[in-house]
Design a protein. Structure first.
Length: 183
């Protein structure tokens, strides 16, 4: 066994109270949970460093994921983000004032509004993605290439099994339909 960590102390504590606690299962799942929490904290930090709130990043991320021309209707964004349309309207107002998005009528149907990613929005999204990549690489730096490959394969097996018993853990990114097909 390698050098003990805080999770080992957690397991030792709860093993006294729970006689059937499987220390290996508890260790694996608790470490995964704690690392996800750490990644979330790091993400909040690198978003804040770029002056972005998590919801702003999500809007930009979904617009980029929609592909060129990086536009979507507000109703599509609200659905993708699982946000109430009125909440999204206020958020888009703020993002438009910041220069990250613009809104224009769909040329194919002037009744429809399209939210578009601006060059400034794309730039701030890219900067934050680069910072996120550096943060994730730093977390995995103690592992060599073979260990990262092994960890990736083991986690993939767990995800595949979980998905056999339920919905996909990572939904497919939506593709924005052509402007004339949008709601």
């Amino acid at each position: 066994m390698s050098e003990p960590d805080s999770v080992d102390r957690h397991i030792a504590h709860w093993s006294r109270e729970l006689s059937d606690l499987d220390p290996q299962v508890e260790g694996i799942t608790t470490r995964m949970h704690m690392l996800v929490r750490l990644l979330d904290r790091h993400k909040e930090e690198w978003l804040a460093q770029g002056g972005l709130k998590p919801w702003e990043f999500k809007v930009l991320h979904h617009l980029v994921a929609s592909g060129p021309p990086y536009r979507a209707t507000p109703s599509m964004l609200a659905e993708w983000l699982d946000t109430h349309p009125a909440t999204l309207t206020n958020r888009l107002d703020r993002m438009e004032r910041a220069g990250y998005v613009d809104r224009a009528h769909d040329p194919a149907d002037r009744r429809r509004l399209l939210v578009g990613l601006t060059p400034a929005g794309r730039a701030v999204w890219q900067e934050r993605m680069d910072q996120g990549d550096r943060s994730e690489r730093a977390l995995l730096a103690p592992l060599g290439p073979h260990e990262r490959e092994l960890l990736d394969d083991l986690l993939r097996r767990l995800v595949r099994e979980a998905e056999r018993n339920g919905p996909p853990l990572m939904p497919d990114w939506p593709s924005a339909p052509e402007p004339s097909d949008r709601r």
